[in-house]
Design a protein around this ligand. Structure first.
Ligand SMILES: *Cc1c(COP(=O)(O)O)cnc(C)c1O
Length: 393
């Protein structure tokens, strides 16, 4: 495998395994299992399987392995384990390494299901979780203890685009020997520098930019070979969270255009943010690429581009936000992100509905907040559509 290839080359070629037919496109090995030549071979494979030896699709599959090798090469980790969804990846990364009595520190600004795992599930098994404001380094310093086994954060938070300083948090965590687990969905593998900044484990929902066409749920955990094969794999292969071969094939195809799509979408996001900033009907336009973003400089240091997501806070509150969203013709009202189709989401009533009012207020999830996932349509058309929506409020 060529380690010195640049990202676009890796996204197209790395990890490909060809059968005896030399097929050009990655093959889908749509099989649950594999036949052995002899009983001795089966016995040997259960003791230790080699590179191209598989047992059962819950343990591993050639198409899934192609996807794991490709994403690991792109992210810059030694290995990766692909999962059935982004949440199987978040849960797998945490649960596989934690024991009763362990302590975890997590940033508070999290995707609703991530919050559910950290707030509701881990506690049932005796893991203590301390939540902090992820942007406050003193809070991280105060929260970690010698018993802290892991820290968890979304590097760019959903939906308010707060940036957590991976390098600084990693230094704080590593001083007590804690593993740094980063949910990197908003940063994308294309713009991520998480590994060089000190993240130990990087988790993606591949449902988002990696598929990029809204077709399938998927997830992946990237980390060292030791962590992936000795900690994550035993947990996931026995608890049933593995990715299906068909999904891995979709993701492999998604990856071939990932760099092009993320760059085009980020370029449009920057144009949309600039076009909307200063509009009197908006209390805020939140985009890390704008100089007005509180962590503009950190974003520029941490990611190679400010990303494909933005948020706008409509001054008129929920009714005005709904009028705007309902008036959109191109943007779809939905809750995925990273899709080729642009999507408008009202977090307070959908993705973050479950949170109590005080928590929404603390996280900046106001009644007027609209999260915008910028797709591949023409940026001028997207801006005109938003302006027409704004005229309805
Ligand atoms: C979507 C998302 C997830 C969950 O991924 P699924 O594929 O829907 O299970 C986790 N974290 C973040 C930040 C997300 O945006």
């Amino acid at each position: 495998m060529a380690d010195d290839w640049n990202i676009r080359t890796k996204l197209v070629h790395t990890g490909s395994r060809r059968s005896q037919y030399g097929e050009m496109a990655e093959a889908i090995f749509l099989t649950q299992g594999f036949a052995y030549d002899t009983a001795e071979q089966a016995e040997a494979r259960f003791i230790k399987s080699g590179e191209d030896e598989f047992i059962y699709a819950r343990y591993g599959n050639p198409t899934v392995r192609m996807f794991e090798d490709r994403i690991a090469a792109v992210e810059g980790t030694e290995d990766a384990f692909a999962t059935a969804s982004g949440m199987a990846a978040v849960n797998g990364a945490l649960t596989s390494m934690l024991r009763a009595g362990d302590h975890v520190v997590s940033s508070r600004a999290l995707f609703g299901s991530c919050l559910y795992i950290l707030e509701e599930i881990l506690g049932r098994y005796g893991v203590n979780v301390t939540f902090v404001d992820g942007t406050d380094l003193d809070a991280w310093r105060a929260a970690v203890t010698p018993g802290t086994k892991a820290v968890f954060l979304e590097s760019v938070s959903n939906p308010t685009l707060e940036i957590v300083d991976i390098k600084a948090v990693a230094e704080i965590a590593h001083a007590v020997g804690a593993t740094v687990i980063v949910d990197n969905v908003f940063a994308t593998p294309v713009f991520s520098r998480a590994v060089e900044l000190g993240a130990d484990v990087i988790v993606y929902s591949t449902t988002k930019h990696i598929d990029g066409q809204g077709r399938a749920l998927g997830g992946v955990i990237c980390g060292t070979k030791d962590f992936i094969r000795k900690t994550v794999e035993p947990y996931l292969k026995h608890t049933g969270g593995s990715m299906s071969p068909f999904t891995a094939w979709l993701m492999l195809n998604g990856m071939q255009t990932l760099d092009l799509r993320c760059r085009a979408m980020a370029e449009s996001a920057a144009r949309i943010a600039a076009a909307l900033e200063g509009d009197a009907r908006l209390a805020r336009v939140i985009y890390p690429g704008l100089a007005s973003h509180p962590q503009h400089a950190l974003s520029a240091r941490q990611n190679t581009a400010p990303g494909t997501m933005l948020a706008i806070d409509v001054a008129g509150g929920k009714e005005a936000a709904f009028r705007l969203i309902n008036g959109l013709k191109i943007w779809k009202i939905s809750n995925n992100l990273g899709d080729a189709k642009s999507i408008a989401t009202h977090p307070a009533t959908t993705t973050h509905q479950r949170l109590p009012a005080e928590q929404k207020a603390m996280l900046g999830i106001t009644p007027g907040l609209i999260r915008l996932s910028v797709g591949l349509e023409d940026a001028d058309d997207l801006i005109a559509d938003l302006r027409a929506g704004l005229d309805l409020i």
